[in-house]
Design a protein around this ligand. Structure first.
Ligand code: NAP
Length: 568
């Protein structure tokens, strides 16, 4: 019997599986590997798509590419895997990431425990039996001791409810659910709504394919050139050789990238030197631009030095003064929303076949049979592309229709906003773990690094519970409240919550409660808190029969990590 089929014993309430994992992206695959291949548990993964990849299965829009650099957008748990795989470009493209995850799936023999093309429709805690009952759209009921959501933070597409969309006689698509066979845009008049990271990435490619592209912009955005390029053989060799250094670095940095945020202050740096540093970062390209100074997200004045530099760049690139004005009329500090990076985004507005519509001046009123009508006029279109983002962080979890102890629905429990302990557990939902849930660093970081940290913490926790004969673990309501206060407190030290239309706050989805969702204290600090919690016997959690865990205090553990890098 191999590790995959080993069955170490009876499960409470006669559960079929030790663990059910929802999702087979970066998170679900690694969680399966850890629980099955390391702990020897019986694990079942349920995945809505026909293959592995999660985000990278669905986001197949033209030009889809990751903004993290390829040397760090991967797993680090296996040196052999790191050595075996070779990225071709500075940033990994969607198809290449999918191939990487396919390799991981085969290499660790994961496929046989994944049920594809199956969507979880509900999950209910059976208090008496002490297990989870998971229901799927195939009519199954699957039982497990532990339920682990690995559903991603950005997987519930947000299609705005614009009146008339159902009457549109052309075709419309959301970038996060792009048809796998592609879309032939030649000879088509395309309208693109949304200019976030996705819109900025897709626009140049749409412009090159379509006869005409109209970009509907609600909020103008900064962007820094990605400067993507093929990696040289020398770089590929170095990436392989420097595996250990890179692994240790991504685990030590604030946001899981392979570079630190400088401690230097923009305000204390003389203007000439500051400009030279911005020039150098502009040439380097990518998300590193935000690491030039340590105070860009804590001081509005410091931020303005970067923001004005970037607005000036927009005006330099965009030839039409009116377009340049609309594109550079930005209402928020640089990087206080997720900063996009691009390949020829602003240059796209110099093409003859690209128009820009300022939705602040002329809001969309409806979709007609022929196109989009704003308060000023109708724009005839054959295709509408919604690059309008996601119901982030909470959306994918609420879509699972989870009911915890005493039948309480997660949707009700989170009516005022998400409540978690460490973004890992929710009071009233015993043995439910949320990989990169709200309240964890998640979307403020390079995701695979955060995912590895969570999956390892969860596996260690489950291993500990089993070794110690503890039937369940659950966040205590007091500790979750304390953690929520800490999440807000660290966010409020930054400019992040000051942005009106930010999906970090849930502000992009009408009716969604406003709450700052990710943990902005930095991944390095967060990792230390999680490690200390585990090492001290899980303070803040309730174990088994409502026994509070260890005597150690969560407050003291968190306070003791104050000095760990927390620059955002
Ligand atoms: P997003 O950042 O939420 O941007 C959505 C865009 O659609 C915004 O410009 C928004 O305008 C606009 N919008 C939304 N509803 C609208 C409406 N009713 N009418 C007009 N405009 C509307 O979504 P995203 O660009 O898909 O990016 C989401 C996140 O995914 C990113 O921040 C990033 O974390 C991740 N991502 C990563 C990559 C990568 O690594 N390459 C690429 C894409 C996305 P407002 O700003 O006014 O709300």
């Amino acid at each position: 019997m191999d590790a995959g089929t080993r069955d170490p014993g009876a499960r409470p309430g006669g559960a079929e599986y030790d663990a059910v994992i929802v999702g087979a992206g970066f998170a679900g695959l690694y969680q399966l590997h850890l629980l099955r291949n390391r702990l020897g548990l019986r694990v079942h993964v349920i995945e809505a798509a026909e293959g592995v990849g999660g985000t990278w299965w669905w986001n197949r829009y033209p030009g889809a590419r990751c903004d993290s650099e390829s040397l760090s957008y991967c797993y680090f748990f296996s040196p052999e895997l790191y050595a075996e795989w070779e990225w071709s470009e500075r940033y990994p493209g969607q198809e290449e990431i999918r191939r990487y995850l396919d390799l991981v799936t085969e290499r660790f023999d994961l496929r046989r425990d994944i049920r594809f093309s199956t969507r979880v429709t509900g999950a209910r805690r059976d208090d008496a039996a002490g297990l989870w009952i998971v229901e799927t759209d195939k009519g199954e009921r699957i039982t497990a001791t532990y339920l682990i959501t690995a559903v991603g933070c950005l997987s519930s597409a947000n299609v705005p409810k614009i009146p008339g969309l159902d009457r549109f006689e052309g075709r419309w698509y959301h970038t996060g659910a792009w048809p796998h066979e592609g879309v032939d845009l030649s000879g088509k008049r395309v309208g693109q709504i949304g200019t976030g990271s996705t819109g900025i990435q897709v626009a140049p490619v749409l412009a090159a394919q379509a006869e005409h592209l109209t970009i509907f912009q609600r909020t103008a955005n900064y962007s820094v050139p990605a400067r993507n390029r093929p990696l040289t053989p020398e770089e590929k060799r170095r990436i392989r050789e420097e595996y250990e250094e890179t692994r240790d670095l991504v685990r030590a940095t604030t946001n899981g990238h392979a570079y630190h945020i400088s401690a230097k202050s923009a305000l204390e740096t003389p203007p000439d030197e500051r400009r030279a540093l911005y020039d150098a970062a502009w040439e380097t390209g990518g998300l590193r631009f935000r690491t030039v100074f340590g105070d860009l997200l804590t001081s509005a004045e410091a931020n303005e030095t970067a923001a004005s530099y970037l607005r000036e760049k927009i005006r330099d690139v965009v030839e039409d003064p009116e377009k340049a004005r609309i594109l550079s009329d930005i209402d928020h500090p640089y990087a206080a929303k997720r900063p996009p990076i691009d390949t020829d985004y602003f240059e796209t507005f110099n093409r003859d076949n690209v128009d820009l519509v300022d939705l602040r001046a002329e809001p969309i009123e409806e979709v007609t049979t022929r196109g989009v009508r704003t308060s000023a006029r109708e724009y005839p279109l054959d295709v509408i592309v919604f690059a309008t983002g996601f119901d982030a962080l909470t959306g994918p979890l609420l879509a699972l229709n989870i009911q915890g102890r005493d039948g309480i629905a997660l949707r009700d429990f989170w009516r005022e906003g998400p409540r978690t302990l460490l973004g890992l557990q929710i009071p009233g939902f015993p043995n439910l773990f949320t990989v990169t849930g709200p309240g964890s660093p998640s979307v403020l970081t390079n995701m695979p690094v955060s995912i590895e940290q969570h999956a390892e913490w969860i596996a260690d926790c489950i291993g500990w519970l089993r070794e110690n004969g503890v039937s369940s673990i659950e966040a205590s309501p007091e500790a979750a409240a304390e953690w929520g206060a800490h999440v807000n407190e660290v966010a409020n030290r930054t400019l992040l919550p000051t942005v009106k239309h930010s999906w970090y706050l849930g502000a992009n989805v009408p009716g969604k409660p406003r709450a700052f969702m990710p943990y902005a204290g930095g991944l390095a600090r967060y990792r230390k808190i999680c490690d200390d919690v585990a090492a001290n016997g899980y303070p803040g959690f309730v174990l088994g029969e409502k026994k509070p865990a260890a005597d150690a205090s969560l407050t003291e553990l968190v306070a003791a990590t104050e000095g760990v890098t927390s620059r955002v």
